[in-house]
Design a binder for this molecule. Structure first.
Ligand SMILES: Nc1ncnc2c1ncn2[C@@H]1O[C@H](COP(=O)(O)OP(=O)(O)OP(=O)(O)O)[C@@H](O)[C@H]1O
Ligand SMILES: [Mg+2]
Length: 254
């Protein structure tokens, strides 16, 4: 479904991703682990088109996507839950979710940035209809339904994470990119988030998951990749990686 070939991504002249190869098959949960600064978020942002690779290529369902702008990548069926949630604090829960059903192009984004209260007409990307998606999200996270008129910024951290996932689901993606969804959450929320990931996957959603919580993520994943200093240093089955001596030592604290 997704194939990265020799991807190099830079910030100015700093090379953060140094030639990674990675693939995700339809129906899989694949996790990406690695220490802070390894380049995991950069890799996800390169897939979703926010960052452009300097070399290499990305194929999604056979189509080259690495030159497409982010809003077109969303339309193709890739949706990202960014690190740190990045919900819209001054929009309500409902408005945050509605935003997820639109693909914002760079012009529209520039208008929003210059005039924060102004939201220009946006392009709908949903295929199944906004109402159907909304019902699905509310079924998954009933707390969002209860709090639909509350401002996003006043939700608890765990609720904001659910909102960020809900917002990403509104475009009815085929592939969901999750960047550290359990970060900073209380154990009960972590369990809820992992349970949701499993549930979404069993309904057919393919998932690429970045996690610090390596043990739990590998337990969930079909396969995993380990990144270090911008490179993939190891790959393997979710069930096998936790038994690798290097992985145990470096990432599982054993
Ligand atoms: N906007 C930026 N400008 C310059 N360098 C950046 C920028 N964003 C990230 N980097 C650098 O790129 C490297 C990879 O960062 P990235 O955020 O992808 O790591 P990560 O694996 O997601 O780490 P973490 O687990 O801490 O989230 C780091 O060395 C970081 O300092
Ligand atoms: Mg990161």
């Amino acid at each position: 479904m997704l194939l990265l070939k020799d991807i190099h991504t830079f910030y100015g002249n700093i090379e953060a991703v140094k030639g990674i190869d990675l693939h995700v098959d339809k129906g899989e949960i694949v996790c990406l682990i690695g220490s802070n600064g390894a380049g995991k978020s950069t890799a996800l942002m390169t897939i979703s088109g926010i960052l452009k690779p300097k070399n290499g290529g990305i194929l999604f369902e056979g189509e080259e996507i690495h030159k497409l702008p982010p809003h077109q990548i969303v339309s193709r069926g890739i949706s990202q839950v960014p690190e740190g949630r990045r919900i819209f604090p001054r929009l309500t829960v409902m408005e945050n979710l509605e935003m997820g059903a639109y693909s914002v192009n760079s012009y529209q984004l520039s208008v929003v940035r210059k005039h924060p209260p102004l939201i220009p007409p946006l392009t709908r990307v949903d295929t199944g209809g906004v109402t159907t998606q909304l019902e699905k999200v509310f079924e998954l996270f009933s707390v969002l339904k209860e709090r639909r008129n509350q401002l996003g910024g006043t939700l608890s951290g765990g609720e904001q994470q659910m909102l960020a996932i809900g917002r990403a689901l509104m475009s009815n993606p085929k592939l969901l990119l999750l960047d550290e969804p359990s970060l900073g959450l209380a154990p009960i929320f972590v369990i809820k988030i992992f349970k949701t990931i499993r549930e979404l996957n069993s309904e057919g959603l393919t998932i690429l998951l970045v996690e610090q919580n390596a043990k739990a993520a590998l337990r969930l994943a079909n396969r995993g990749y380990v990144m270090e200093s911008g490179k993939v240093i190891k790959e393997g089955k979710g069930a096998e990686l936790p038994h690798d001596a290097d992985i145990k030592k470096a990432y599982l604290g054993e």
